[in-house]
Every structure is written in C-alpha cells, then in structure tokens.
Write a protein that binds this ligand. Sequence first.
Ligand code: NAP
Length: 259
Amino acid sequence: MDMGIRGKKALVCASSKGLGKGCAAALAAEGVDLVLNARGAEALEATAAELRDTYGVTVTAVAADITTEEGRKKVLDAAGPVDILVTNAGGPPPGTWTDWNRDDFIAALDANMLTPIALMQACVPGMMDRGWGRVVNITSQSVKAPIAVLGLSNSARAGLTGFVAGTSRQVAGKGVVINNLLPGIHATDRADSLDGGAAKAQGISLDEARARRAKTIPAGRYGTAEEFGATCAFLCSQHAGYMIGQNVLLDGGANNQTM
Ligand code: NAP
C-alpha cells in the first residue's frame, strides 16, 4: 500500500535506536525526509547515514536531550516546519511507589508528558495552517494496564494520554491527526535493561528472564522495531485521516482485554 506521504518531512525524536529508529526507518521507506534526534551523537550519526544510504531521503541529525527546553529548541530550530511529528524519549526507571519523591515525578513528567506536549504545541499550529499534519506519540502499554514497577511511567503517560484525547479533537478539523502508539514488550535496549533488572532480582540469567517474559505474551515473542515502525508509518499516512485520538496497542496480545 502506498502511504501517500512521499516528500513530507518528519521529526522523529529519540530515534538513534529502538522504536524511534523503527519509526524513522519505516517513514524513510515511504520517501519521507527526516530530522532525527538522540543525545549520543555517534549512534545518531550512524543511524542517519544508514537511513540516508538505504532510502535516499534527506536526513538531518540533531544531537540533543529532547526533554530539556534547550534541547527542544535546538531540534526544532534545525527542523523548521514539519508535516509529521513522532514524539519519543527514554522511559522512567523502575522502582517502588514508596521510594519516588517529587523530583522523580517531575523528571518523569518532564520527559514523558510535558516534552511531547511542548513539541505538539510547537509543531501543530503550523500543520493546522498548512491544512495537513500527523502526530504519533510513543507511549506504553502501561496506559491500558498499569505496570506496578513503572509507576512513574504509568503516571506521566496517563497525563499525556488525557491531553491527546482532548487536543486531537480540537485540531482534527484542520487536517491534523494525533494518535498514540502503545508498545508492549519489544526487543530493544529498553527491554534488555528491564529484563536485566528482573534477572538480577530473581537470580536468573538474562536469557531466562526473556524466555519467561515471552511465555506471558500470547504471540510467544517480543515485538520488533520494524513491526512497530510499520504501524507508525500507517498512522502518519494519508489513510489514517479519520483516525483521531486513538491509543493503538502493539503488545502481541499481552494485555488481556476485550477492547
Ligand atoms: P531504547 O531502545 O532504549 O532507545 C531509546 C532511544 O531514545 C535511543 O535512541 C536514545 O538515544 C534515545 N533517547 C533516550 N532518551 C533521550 C532523550 N532524553 N533525548 C533524546 N533522545 C533520547 O528504547 P525503546 O525500547 O525504543 O523505547 C522507546 C520508548 O518506548 C521509551 O519511552 C520506552 O519506555 C517506551 N516503551 C518501550 C517498550 C519496549 O519494550 N521496548 C515497552 C513499553 C514502552 P540516546 O541514549 O543516545 O539519547
């Protein structure tokens, strides 16, 4: 299926690795020019070169911490007007509800709620003026069903989800489509780090922790960044114009829900 977005420009945040990279690659495969971002310049430049060489699109790489005001300014100044915005950042650390203090919550809210909101506030008005835009926020399955050790993530992402629910309906009439993409477990560095914690806590190997977790997923395996990216590209496509404010779960069936 032709996504109908060749020649558009996308800002994909936190995209040198993992799910962000998967989204960037899928958009590049559709002929979308990219602005990529991550903090570490080396991996970012390597990803930018890979996508440029593979897909022949224009790729601008901006090394910056997207969760800071200064970092966002650097990225947004380099990007200029964009047609597509994919928001993403690292997830908060796991822990126990009694341990988190105000600073921990502020950091999580900054990274996983206020950063995507600030990016939408910066990019969506231009999309509305031009009569076309797509926003995909990478959130988490924890929006649908809480993950106890990720209370900081549960809290921040619930706040973002509420914002998107209202805002997506305010901008839809101007051709701007905002949706959230909710990863369940995908094989990325983030999953390795969470599995590493579980392995340590249970006194088992990383492979054993992975195998135990995969058994809890009806699909019997972890998702891939490529599958995730393909869904992101669809949400950014011409075909998603009537899909407003949805929370699309990609979890291999892990969340046992009727809807
Ligand atoms: P990942 O493999 O660890 O990749 C994270 C990417 O984001 C890297 O490119 C990293 O590069 C960049 N990044 C992290 N913090 C950043 C920041 N402050 N500013 C700019 N770039 C930043 O993570 P992932 O698995 O793709 O996860 C992406 C998001 O999905 C996270 O919020 C995660 O919590 C959520 N999620 C993931 C899963 C999963 O199973 N993978 C499940 C549910 C939710 P640098 O480190 O160089 O900045």
